[in-house]
Ligand binder design. Sequence first.
Ligand code: NI
Length: 199
Amino acid sequence: MRTNATVSWHDARIERDKLGAHCKQIMNVNGEKLKIFTYPAPVLRQKAKIITNINGDLKKLTDNMLFTMYSAPGIGLAANQVGSLDRVIVFDLKPDEKEMKKPCVLINPEIVEREGTTKSEEACLSVIDYSAEVKRSAKVLVRGIGIDEKPLEIEAEGLLAICLQHEIDHLNGILFIDHISSLKRAMYKKKLKKILNKE
Ligand code: NI
């Protein structure tokens, strides 16, 4: 997910602080910049597979995903976006360049409860040159496994809730443009065609 969401950074900071116990603060993430696949790449439409073995390869993948996310920059990235079908997302609602990074990794994430609705402007690193208002659940309870192999439960609202829903959608082959009207989507496809023809 890109960083131009309309939810306030103040709320984002509160949500981010609540993750303190799960996600350690660090100065820098070391990794390799991966290629981000963009719509209409088929991998973005595939369903990611449950991870049964948290090994060195997965740690390397998530480090590289975090590095790629910070470089983009974005606030969330799902494995499909870098061409992997491992069921894992990374995120950090880092509101300010001066703040420490707080990279979070969530393996096999699942939304177990939802409450209310909210609308906000979303954009995605895999959907070039576009943003649109999307309706989401206002609060979500998400379960998954941390990179330390410990079970994680995150009660999220505000930007964190939106980010988690956006990234978990990716793991199910869903993009934010699937949540907008068919007319808007058709207009985006037309615009994208023009962009791609210019390249
Ligand atoms: Ni996205």
